[in-house]
Design a binder for this molecule. Structure first.
Ligand code: G4P
Length: 191
């Protein structure tokens, strides 16, 4: 998505450790007009796929998933992060380690919101090492629902999570893929 690349170039700030700050439009302040375009782009990518529900993870995946949900006319479920290892009840859960923050959360989705007859699209803001998407995929697989694919607003290609998931046979679409970030600039993958 050309507009995503333009927004990253205009607004993004490169921090040490391979972190790209996009808090001015994507994950703290939200540019609502741009968010609408993101939702429409995701809807267009999956218009032939019979998606019945979108699954994301709190917190920064939620605005993107809601926008896509509006555009596709489907509900959105978001996985909650729970630091306690003591999760019980009628839930799917899987540990997700954050490389960026160095901690692990148990990601939790109530079983009543994922049924085997559904076709799920997973949406998130960043795809870095792929741990969040891998956790969400395992929850969808455990539920017996079909997985249409995964969408990330921004993939950091140099952290390899996206390519690992594609190599495992999953459909992964990213609206922009950053292959390199240096003080001299940002290189996007042609797609
Ligand atoms: P992974 O899920 O792809 O393996 O990514 P990783 O563990 O590295 O990322 C952990 C968290 O940091 C995720 O948010 C992810 O969206 C975010 N993140 C990763 N790389 C970047 C980056 O370059 N810039 C920004 N702004 N965020 C990044 P989270 O912990 O789930 O937090 P949130 O969704 O509540 O914001």
């Amino acid at each position: 998505m050309k507009r995503m690349e333009e927004m990253i170039l205009k607004e993004g700030k490169i921090l040490p450790g391979g972190v790209l700050k996009v808090g001015s439009f994507l994950n703290q302040q939200v540019d609502t007009a741009f968010m609408k375009e993101i939702g429409e782009e995701i809807a267009d990518l999956y218009k032939e796929d019979g998606v019945t529900k979108i699954l994301t993870i709190e917190s920064s995946g939620i605005p993107i998933a809601i926008s896509a949900g509006f555009a596709m006319g489907v509900p959105v479920v978001y996985a909650k992060k729970n630091k306690s290892s003591n999760v019980s009840g009628d839930v799917y859960t899987t540990p997700v380690k954050s490389f960026t923050h160095g901690d692990t959360n148990n990601v939790v989705v109530a079983k009543e919101f994922l049924k085997p007859e559904e076709k799920i699209l997973i949406v998130d803001d960043f795809l870095a090492h792929g741990s969040a998407l891998t956790g969400l995929i395992s929850i969808v697989e455990e539920s017996g629902a079909a997985l249409a694919g995964c969408v990330a607003a921004i993939e950091k290609g140099f952290q390899m999570g996206g390519d690992r998931l594609r190599a495992s046979g999953y459909r992964v679409d990213s609206l922009a893929i950053v292959d390199e970030m240096t003080d001299d600039g940002i290189t996007f993958r042609e797609q």
